[in-house]
Write a protein that binds this ligand. Structure first.
Ligand code: ASP
Length: 320
């Protein structure tokens, strides 16, 4: 082949890679990596805003993540996280959460926690005050009590009514979209990374069922060298593929955050031999360079991004 034509071919393929990459991942914020917070769903926006406030007040990025998630947990209008969360099939609200610190790769998690509205903070205490990572059920409840957390009735009258209605209808059809987790990731100006994840899980789930959200590498993974990823969707489809761990590994291999999220979706679809549209798996991610990204299979999936310059809801790449 003519040398010039070959050179032209190489150059144009390089250009198209560059274009594809810039379309699939936000550019780094000038100078420093952060602060940058990204979270799942519209209720991620007030949460991320709180994270930035917490960071600016002198908190660590880990504090910021915890404080942001507590906003969603305390809001009874957010019916899939914390107080006001959707109960399980027995009419009991069981909460799942985990938190991870990229500065030391430490993590804490709780699952099927009853009566305590802030599982993210209980998870943090597991990380900081025990030599364990994961505490569940009655053990998590006992631990929360022992740590002095305040109890609260998590089932609101509205959720009780909806659950009763569901029972009346023989508990068959779980309302579509009756679940949504907050996964919130942050990076500060010194490129320290942390993340957290909190949910009441799938609506009317089997008593004791735990999804991806409190699982390290399932609903959340933070790799201090590379970046972080968080998930929302049908936990059973995410946890079988260690979805967020996979995204961090794809970023380690050079993918942008959005490309890595898409890569995980494609991997799950291939493994399950299903169309992405039938999976309900959605991800947010950020990398050590301060680039954020997101992709999902639910048309309704959105994410919130907050930096010093802006606070906005973004429409991620939807893979069907
Ligand atoms: N991933 C959560 C779970 O399976 C639910 C959700 O994010 O919508 O428990």
């Amino acid at each position: 082949m003519n040398v010039n034509r070959r050179l032209f071919g190489i150059l144009s393929s390089l250009t198209s890679v560059a274009v594809a990459q810039s379309a699939r991942g936000a550019m780094p914020i000038e100078g420093t990596a952060g602060p940058l917070f990204i979270a799942t769903w519209p209720f991620g926006l007030p949460a991320c805003k709180q994270s930035l406030v917490s960071l600016k007040a002198g908190g660590s990025v880990l504090d910021a993540v915890e404080q942001g998630i507590r906003v969603a947990e305390a809001d009874t209008e957010v019916d899939s996280v914390g107080v006001g969360g959707i109960p399980n099939a027995n009419g009991v609200v069981q909460l799942d959460a985990c938190i991870m610190d990229g500065t030391n790769q430490k993590a804490g998690a709780v699952a099927a926690l009853e009566d305590y509205p802030h599982p993210i903070s209980v998870a943090r205490k597991v990380m900081e005050r025990t030599k364990h990572v994961f505490v569940v059920g009655q053990g998590a409840k006992d631990f929360a009590a022992q740590q002095g957390f305040e109890k609260q009735d998590l089932l609101t009258p509205q959720q009780r009514e909806k659950w009763k209605q569901w029972l009346k209808e023989n508990g068959k059809e779980v309302p579509k979209g009756s679940h949504d987790t907050i996964s919130l990731l942050g990076i500060d100006a010194e490129r320290r990374i942390a993340g957290g994840c909190s949910t009441s899980g799938l609506a009317y789930k089997l008593h004791g069922r735990v999804g991806d959200s409190p699982l390290i590498g399932g609903g959340l993974y933070v790799d201090g060298e590379v970046g972080a990823a968080g998930a929302t969707g049908i936990g059973e489809n995410i946890l079988r593929y260690c979805g967020t761990f996979l995204i961090c590994e794809l970023m380690r291999q050079g993918k942008t955050p959005t490309e890595a999220c898409i890569g995980a979706i494609e991997r799950i679809a291939r493994g399950d031999r299903k169309k992405p549209a039938d999976l309900s798996v959605n991800f947010v991610a950020l990398d050590k360079q301060g680039r954020w990204g997101a992709a999902g299979t639910d048309e309704s999936f959105v994410a919130a991004v907050v930096t010093n310059q802006e606070a906005k809801i973004i429409k991620p790449e939807i893979v069907r």
